[in-house]
Design a protein around this ligand. Structure first.
Ligand code: UD1
Length: 391
């Protein structure tokens, strides 16, 4: 008796927080280009990030379609947020019966939806797998470790990721080195980057620092290790103050960092220094800022990669990085909150231009295409499809 042919369920793509959007956008676009060979796509937003600046602006800049479903979980403790995402995502999976769930990065939404996919026996694909800081103080490290254990297919951004995964007992057959989807977004949108003068003027600031030959540095800080404790945050702000005496700084401030400046009474540390505090910026504004910066001070994971791709020196205000390729091949230096070391690195950058680096393998703008080809083959072989017959 012949097998009853049923159309495959959709590919469910999950996003939750700001750094997910630039990773998912090129995948959604690549899937659309190959729509005849793939099941339909359903984009689910967990609602982990909800502010317009953290969310809608980025969707528009990245030309991401509006989510098909928004689970509207909002903020909470890690346990509350993770549990609430799981509670709301499970019925979605049960109803849609996806052919697979795709998660990106390392935020709480990534792990929560991975747990649901695994427990409902839905194939799970993790994009940006295998990165490790080996620092379990970071919530993202827990999210990475567990998501990778659960994933059926692990798409990696750098070759060393496979070694990290092998150490955790993950079968090499599940791992596919595809390159960096975030750099797909960067290369696609770079020509549309908003000029820094426009960003400053729109926020009511004098645009002179953008046009001076000295230029400026860009800051982003939001990790709990830097901004959630008053002593640590004061140390970080003191370093920014130091650096700003050498080079004016532009800092789009994460909502939690802004709240904590007030809560810990630290505003005076930055008030009279040449540091421009902006609201969180859109993707194209951020690209403009990063591309024209003389240096970047950050604790973000993604920005370490973006600065490497843009050949802009990056000083990472953390004790470690899960993206060592940005140090070994790119423009990144890990400085922690070491005042003297940061000052020495800033000196060096201002004197020599700093590390130029080179572009890591497969950070070439085509990672999403490679993932699409692999995914199509994976789904086909799993369902033993002679011909594509998707709904
Ligand atoms: C999350 C990710 C982090 C990522 C960062 C980028 C986790 C564990 N962390 O951290 O990996 O680098 O996003 O921004 O998933 N808030 C708002 N508006 C929003 C979202 C958050 O005001 O739209 C504030 C709230 O006070 C909230 C706090 O930020 O409680 C933390 O938000 P949350 O999503 O839990 O973590 P992030 O710090 O943004």
């Amino acid at each position: 008796m012949g097998e009853i042919l049923r159309p495959l369920g959709p590919i469910v793509c999950v996003v939750g927080a700001r750094p997910n959007y630039m990773k998912m956008a090129p995948l959604i676009r690549a899937f659309a280009r190959q729509q005849k060979k793939l099941p339909g796509v359903v984009l689910v937003h967990t609602g982990q990030h909800y502010d317009v600046a953290m969310n809608e602006l980025l969707f528009a800049d990245l030309e991401l379609p509006a989510p098909d479903l928004n689970l509207e979980v909002g903020s909470g403790t890690h346990a509350t947020q993770t549990a609430e995402i799981m509670r709301r995502f499970e019925p979605v999976v049960e109803e849609l019966k996806p052919s697979c769930v795709i998660v990106v990065g390392d935020v709480n939404s990534t792990l929560a939806c991975s747990l649901v996919a695994s427990k409902t026996r839905t194939p799970l694909m993790h994009v940006e797998a295998g990165l490790r800081s080996y620092d379990r103080e970071m919530p993202e490290e827990i999210n990475r470790l567990l998501t990778d254990q659960l994933a059926d297919v692990l798409y990696t951004t750098e070759r060393d990721a496979a070694d990290n995964l092998a150490r955790e007992g993950i079968d090499a057959a599940r791992i596919h080195f595809a390159g960096n989807v975030m750099i797909d977004s960067l290369l696609q949108h770079r020509p549309r980057a908003v000029p820094v003068t426009d960003t400053l003027k729109r926020a009511g600031y004098d645009a002179a620092i953008a046009t001076s030959s000295e230029r400026f540095g860009v800051v982003t800080l939001h990790r709990p290790s830097n901004v959630d404790g008053s002593d640590a945050f004061a140390e970080a702000l003191t370093i920014l103050r130091d650096v700003s005496q050498r080079l004016p700084l532009i800092w789009p401030v994460h909502p939690r960092a802004r709240a904590n400046i007030e809560r810990f009474g630290l505003a005076s540390l930055v008030a009279d220094a040449p540091i421009v505090l902006l609201e969180p910026q859109g993707y194209l504004e951020m690209l403009g800022l990063l591309a024209h910066a003389r240096l970047v001070l950050t604790d973000s994971g993604g920005i370490q990669e973006e600065t490497t791709a843009l050949a802009v020196p990056c000083l990472t205000m953390r004790e470690n990085t899960e993206r060592p390729i940005t140090v070994s091949q790119g423009t990144n230096t890990v400085v922690g909150r070491d005042r003297a070391r940061t000052a020495a690195c800033v000196d060096e950058i201002l004197r020599t231009g700093g590390k130029r680096g080179r572009i890591p393998e497969l950070w070439d703008g085509h990672a999403a295409d490679r993932i699409t080809v692999h995914l199509q083959q994976w789904l086909s072989s799993r369902h033993a499809l002679a011909e594509p017959r998707f709904a």
